[in-house]
Design a protein around this ligand. Structure first.
Ligand code: GTP
Ligand code: MG
Length: 224
């Protein structure tokens, strides 16, 4: 009987679990963001910035919210490591793309990579948030400037494709996604905007078409 009640309780109180991948160029601040999220939401604080080195592979962190568990996968952004990103696409419920808003020289490289993420068929319907990181830096581009820079870059790319190959635009789904792109400013280092970004992800994954439940004991147990 105990096991039956325990199973029932676990069934009723189980939390939905969602995976969010954090991607972007190397140095954009992804691991700093993951560690800040851990610090803000967990009892055990995440690593401090001075303990964080370049990610070779992945880091994972979980946070527990009232009705859900969010699992964050921070994937290394160095050129050679980006080829692993696609392996996470099928199972993720949201994507956070981090751009270093303080590094104007690498913005177009960042957009090139962002564009390939936007085109990935496995995540076309998955919520995607663009995070303009390093807002604490005085030279950093604002959210509006970042959005404008991306739109300008994208427009130039579309024009160039049209001139060269006579290509007529892009998939409707992709165009819609760009038009409704959500951009938020954060400082992963100081934590500014991080809770708002997690709230955004939390709300959006609730409506995600892909969801799983955390494993728990089967509801009916035979060893009563
Ligand atoms: N000023 C400022 N610096 C930041 C911020 N976030 C990260 N940094 C710095 O940016 C550098 C790179 O941060 P990481 O978190 O290691 O970057 P990453 O995106 O994980 O890089 P890879 O693991 O190589 O993909 C470090 O020196 C961080 O301290 C921020 O919000 N503000
Ligand atoms: Mg990293």
């Amino acid at each position: 009987m105990y096991h039956l009640l325990k199973g029932l309780h676990e069934h009723l109180t189980r939390k939905e679990e969602f995976s969010v991948i954090i991607i972007g160029l190397d140095g954009a601040g992804k691991t700093t963001l993951l560690e800040k999220i851990k610090t803000l939401y967990n009892d055990t604080p995440g690593l401090s910035a001075d303990k964080i080195g370049p990610t070779v592979g992945q880091n994972m962190g979980k946070i527990s919210l009232p009705s859900s568990i969010l699992q964050f996968w921070d994937l290394g952004g160095q050129r050679g490591i980006r080829s692993i990103w696609h392996r996470y696409y099928d199972d993720c419920h949201a994507v956070a793309y981090v751009i270093d808003a303080d590094d104007r020289e690498r913005l177009s490289e960042g957009w090139e990579v962002f564009d390939s993420v936007l085109s990935a068929p496995q995540i076309l319907g998955v919520p995607l948030l663009l995070l303009a990181n390093k807002q604490d830096s005085p030279q950093s581009l604002s959210v509006e400037e970042i959005r404008h820079d991306y739109e300008e870059w994208h427009q130039a790319k579309v024009e160039s494709a049209r001139r060269r190959y006579g290509e007529e635009g892009e998939m409707d789904q992709r165009r819609e996604r760009i038009a409704s792109l959500d951009v938020m400013g954060i400082s992963a280092l100081q934590g500014t905007g991080v809770r708002a970004a997690v709230d955004w992800l939390f709300i959006r994954v609730q409506n995600s078409r892909r969801y799983v439940l955390t494993p728990c004991r089967p509801l009916l147990s035979f060893d009563i």
